[in-house]
Design a protein around this ligand. Structure first.
Ligand SMILES: Cc1cc2nc3c(=O)[nH]c(=O)nc-3n(C[C@H](O)[C@H](O)[C@H](O)COP(=O)(O)OP(=O)(O)OC[C@H]3O[C@@H](n4cnc5c(N)ncnc54)[C@H](O)[C@@H]3O)c2cc1C
Length: 489
């Protein structure tokens, strides 16, 4: 929906920004910097480097700076304004989330999407807004970064991680190239950022020109008039099917293994501050039970996304349609399914992402050492050994990795996994919009505490060296000599 500005955009935003600045001043934020500067062989050392400047990376960077940890930089491989999925491979029209979510606003009312929207289009437009258009969510994140003046460097990819004494060295390429030293590393690398795409075995030998993952850059115009298969029944399969249909695909079939469409969004249904703050403190067996049940029951695609597909006469839904094999030949793709053989020109696999660190070259030095739930945290009594869950990293209280073998890779305890892969250990506080501020708060409290502890000698030396008197010495008179004289009489 298009909204007519009720105030001039500049005036509305300028006034919001002034209010935000005032709130920050009232709260004495950002806090004063307190982490001692470090260097190594003459090279400056960052307190924290954040990889990824999508929503989680921005929230983490902002929270670090508000907490007085200011020697921070975030790098993102994407150009400015194109971070994350929103204007790249997200093919839905609006967010699924309700518009009122406070998202990455970190407890600051003027930093919410609602404040940003209302400042520009007014309260009436807010009331009539149904869901947030996805491009507008990206515009909001761009403003969030700008208004907080966050130190983000775009066009820089992290390509490697290594250990230098008690520091972490990261290799970067692009707009900045070289080796950056840091004391803490936050991986806010998104859903695909740790493992990559989850690709079913039956696609592994099929020519890449004949299929795409739903998060690939797909040229939908090339699908005009073509027979397209989409695997999956989640939000991304609907969005990709809709994009193909709207681009003029000849026919689009959704091949869905399940006998029935998932219809109930379970975790959203029980969403509460209890879930946000309590899930990560539960015993492991309970964590497993929640995530396993949600994986089993699955999150349905949004109703609007499903209707966006089904309103096309040339869209078909095939349930109980498991894929047995896919072959490519002169006539396109031959797909053997549990419902029989089917012919297509192109296939889109909306099959999600994996946590398999071995798939990413930048994590090569870490991958063999990262402790996952399968390394002892999961026991068969907890239930079904779901692969995606068993691969999940076993994280500490501030999202830090743990070593598979003690002493094999000490830097892991200074590398924080602030992305979707943390869900099994921490609950949904580092991937989706609703609780990202709670996640950033948990992350930064942990980093602040560990930096303080590591520098405890310097902080104690500061305590000893601190010598600015609060009392000038002229505020009182010592009566002891008088008392002595009196008692002597
Ligand atoms: C299609 C889609 C729709 C979604 N819709 C919703 C929704 O409606 N509501 C909701 O709550 N959640 C939604 N989500 C889930 C979640 O909110 C998003 O995935 C969100 O983008 C997560 O933010 P992030 O910062 O973790 O990851 P991202 O936004 O993906 O950002 C990660 C960033 O890391 C960068 N990066 C990765 N590796 C490197 C590297 N080696 N070097 C440098 N940079 C790197 C990437 O370029 C990227 O910009 C959706 C997710 C998807 C995929």
């Amino acid at each position: 929906m298009k909204h007519t500005p009720s105030l001039s955009i500049a005036t509305g935003l300028a006034s919001l920004e002034a209010r935000l600045a005032q709130d920050l001043a009232y709260l004495e934020l950002p806090a004063k910097p307190w982490v001692p500067a470090r260097s190594h062989d003459g090279q400056p050392v960052r307190d924290v480097v954040v990889i990824g400047a999508g929503m989680c990376g921005l929230a983490a960077t902002a929270k670090l700076i508000l907490t007085g940890i200011t020697n921070v930089i975030a790098y993102d491989a994407a150009p400015a304004g194109l971070e994350g999925p929103w204007v790249t491979f997200a093919r839905m029209e609006t967010l699924r989330s309700p518009k009122g979510l406070t998202g990455p606003s970190l407890g600051l009312p003027q930093l919410t999407f609602r404040a940003w929207f209302t400042a520009q289009w007014g309260d009436e437009a807010w009331q009539s807004l149904d869901k947030i258009p996805k491009d507008q969510w990206m515009d909001y994140l761009v403003w969030y970064r700008k208004v907080l003046d966050l130190p983000v460097q775009n066009g820089v990819r992290m390509t490697g991680i290594s250990e230098v004494g008690d520091l972490i060295a990261i290799d970067v390429e692009g707009a900045e190239t070289g080796r950056v030293l840091t004391r803490r590393l936050v991986l806010a690398t998104g859903r695909s950022g740790l493992g990559g795409f989850s690709v079913p075995d039956f696609l592994k030998n099929v020519d890449r020109s004949r299929w795409a993952h739903s998060a690939d850059d797909i040229d939908f115009d090339k699908l005009r008039g073509k027979r397209v298969a989409v695997i999956g029944a989640g939000a991304s399969s609907m969005d990709n099917a809709a994009a193909a249909l709207e681009a003029g695909a000849g026919a689009v079939d959704l091949l869905i293994r399940r006998k029935e469409m998932p219809r109930i969004n379970k975790m959203t249904g029980i969403g509460s501050q209890g879930v946000v703050h309590g899930m990560h403190q539960l015993p492991d067996a309970w964590k497993w039970k929640f995530v396993d049940y949600t994986a089993e029951t699955q999150t349905p695609p949004p109703r609007s996304s499903t209707l966006r597909v089904s309103r096309h006469d040339n869209a078909r839904f095939f349930l109980d349609c498991g894929i047995l094999s896919v072959k490519d030949d002169a006539d396109g793709l031959l797909i053997e399914t549990t419902q029989g053989s089917m012919r297509y020109d192109f296939l889109i696999a909306a099959t999600g992402f994996s946590n398999d660190f071995n798939g990413r070259p930048e994590f090569a030095a870490l991958a063999p050492h990262i402790r996952s739930w399968s390394d002892g945290r999961y026991t068969p009594e907890m239930g079904h050994a779901r692969k995606s869950m068993a691969e999940a990293p076993d994280l500490g209280p501030a999202f830090e990795f743990k070593e598979r073998v003690a002493g094999s890779c000490p830097m892991l305890s200074h590398i924080h996994c602030f992305n979707d892969a943390a869900m099994l250990t921490h609950g949904k506080v580092s991937g989706d919009i609703p609780a990202v501020s709670a996640g950033a708060d948990r992350l930064v409290r942990g980093i602040a505490a560990s930096l303080f502890a590591e520098d405890v000698e310097a902080h104690f030396a500061n305590l000893v060296a601190y010598n600015i008197p609060e009392l000038q010495g002229d505020e009182w008179v010592d009566s002891t000599p008088t008392l002595k004289k009196e008692t002597a009489l």
